[in-house]
Design a protein around this ligand. Sequence first.
Ligand code: NAG
Ligand code: NAG
Ligand code: NAG
Ligand code: NAG
Length: 366
Amino acid sequence: MFQARLLVLALCFAGIMAACDNNCSGHGTCSTDDVCECYDNWGVGLSHDSGDCSDRICPYELAWVDTPDNTVAFHKYAECANRGICNRETGECQCFDGYEGKGCQRSTCPNACSGHGTCEYIEELAFGETWNDYSKQYFIEDPKTFPYHGWDNRKIRTCVCDPTYGDVDCSKRLCPYGNDVLDIQDNSIITNYQIQQIRIKAINQLQGLRTQTFALTFKSKLNETFTTYPIVFDDSDLNDFVHDVQLALLKLPNRVIDGVSVAANRDYATDYLNLNITFTGNNVQGKQNLLVVESYECSDGCTPKITGIDVQTLYNQKHSNISEVLAADYYSFECGRRGKCDYNTGLCNCFTGYTGDNCNTMTTLT
Ligand SMILES: *[C@@H]1O[C@H](CO)[C@@H](O)[C@H](O)[C@H]1NC(C)=O
Ligand SMILES: *[C@@H]1O[C@H](CO)[C@@H](O)[C@H](O)[C@H]1NC(C)=O
Ligand SMILES: *[C@@H]1O[C@H](CO)[C@@H](O)[C@H](O)[C@H]1NC(C)=O
Ligand SMILES: *[C@@H]1O[C@H](CO)[C@@H](O)[C@H](O)[C@H]1NC(C)=O
């Protein structure tokens, strides 16, 4: 009896010894020395030893934070990017708040941008998009993005709000901007409006541009962009030309530009055409975004359809450009600094004594 038992035990022992643990749980093959070789994404424990291949391994992505190794490599690949817990049953990352994606590789956007914006990667963010960014002064084909190669270029995201919406989660409706009606300036006799100057230099000769068409794009302080209808370039009749440019700007929707005057002069010595755009309207008080000259061809399926004007751009010594040549005397404030914006409606609640869309009119004192 005792001997029989021993024999059974010995047989069992031999049987176990001959196989891998738990037969590799059906997720691996048993190699000759009884060690499992797990299929991809299976293993055991935090260090993912092969063991009995009973645990799932979750997706690896560049770590948000980790410690450097001796080659000073940060942001190595890590399970769930070090920002989630791996569910070993399902193989899915349970990302912490603020992170998403199969491997928690992306940051979420605040409040999903409230339905009034898009969630963009850092590498998709545009340059020269803010109204006080005055470095964008050349006619550049694509002024929109920088190549960005940082480790986080496909990880960190932020809201890019639709026009007229703001705050980090795009939850607020923006209010109109305008002068502070009480703002005292040094130059109290003349009120200067902002003048933007467009200098046009042809690749060959200016007169060769006649009949070519271009357009101007204006971006309001609430980030609405509007592009004019095509404008025919004409350096032969400047009076007519400036009138056309003015009309095109005034005809932009919503009276975004409710007052503008245009002047031009032709510099024959250097063969430049200078256009001065002076913003005089109530809706365009203070510093404005630089206009963008749409100088490139925009043909089938593109709006507005323009031939483009063959001008020298950034990469030539004598180039076309646009710059502020006269700063506005007044600053531009939300609700003219004389009211409080109601961010639900986007309307200014003017303080007592002030009125107007942007509170820049004084009510008559009684
Ligand atoms: C062990 O697994 C292999 C392959 O997965 C299978 O062919 C074999 O029948 C299993 N053996 C036992 C005892 O379950
Ligand atoms: C306009 O858009 C830019 C770029 O997205 C942003 O930085 C800026 O804050 C926006 N302007 C307003 C008034 O929200
Ligand atoms: C454009 O504005 C500048 C700065 O005020 C001025 O010097 C220049 O004469 C103006 N040019 C035209 C054509 O009005
Ligand atoms: C625009 O071009 C003119 C002529 O090349 C140059 O004198 C001027 O400095 C340029 N302005 C800017 C802002 O680049």
